[in-house]
Design a protein around this ligand. Sequence first.
Ligand code: SAM
Ligand code: SF4
Length: 322
Amino acid sequence: MRDGFGRTIDYLRLSITDRCSLRCTYCMPEDGVQWLEHNQILRYEDILRLLRIFAALGVKKIKITGGEPLVRKGVAGLISEIKAIDGIEQVTLTTNGVALKEQLPELLEAGIDGINLSLDTLDRARFAEITRRDALPQVLEGLEAAWSVPGLNLKLNCVAQAGRASDWVSLVGLAKEHDLAVRFIEPMPIGLGGGLESCTEADIRAALEHAYGPLTSCDAVLGNGPAKYYSLPEFQGKIGFISAVSHQFCDRCNRVRLTATGYLKACLQYDVGADLRPLLTGSDEELQAAIEAAIQNKPKAHRFSEKTVENREAHIMSQIGG
Ligand code: SAM
Ligand code: SF4
């Protein structure tokens, strides 16, 4: 369906939990998070009912997120049921990779169409500093398992922080031998992300070009989103940039978000949308009307650079799903 500004909305980010096995400093505090109660989280059957309605309205692509989606039991079963919904063309997952090696066989069996693995560094001490957990070895096992699957659409997402050129260069080095996309995401000033010292796409490009030579722009758009892609000679994989703050791409936004509690978020930055959970006791028609109204009222653009914005999102990223 189209929103009030004529943008086609065909992509839903579905958060299935607020829990996580890591505590990335820009996403979640170490302590003090008020966890959702079991009964506040949508049951899989409710999620499937909602997704059937979204699919009927034109949503074709689902990204499963969290918190860390692989900490919730039964994700593979959920994926195969989502894949069976008429109109859904693609189901992908974003994960921190900690439990990926163990769960990859069942995810593949369920028909997962792609995996995004979030990883900011290949340095174990630095990883533990960023995530507050010494879990890099498990994540690398998950990554290696994933890149060993022929044809699996694999993307590695790095939240780019200032002054970390050695991390960027070593992460991109993985794309030399392996067909994966290494993507740099600008930190977003949401939740704890506001405290990050950001760096620009130009800084990262300069560091990468210093190490590997000139990047060549790839015309083909890969994936569902706003990433810009580049290639390097003799590299099997690609390099991508998602620069939501410095290169705003709201005019091409195709997505909405459904939180683990059933709140339909129309835009990442604002707390506007529709609380669908109370409506689950009613009819599909009522749910559909609430979804249509929320999408119709999707804000035109984020205003990350402004200090005072009405209805600014107050949740942390792990409660939204990224
Ligand atoms: N745990 C999973 C993961 O890490 O992929 C899924 C949830 S996580 C919230 C989704 C994505 O949001 C991750 O790639 C993470 O790096 C990104 N993220 C979290 N906080 C962010 C921030 N402040 N700015 C930009 N990206 C952020
Ligand atoms: Fe967990 Fe992902 Fe947030 Fe890191 S970014 S704390 S892995 S939800």
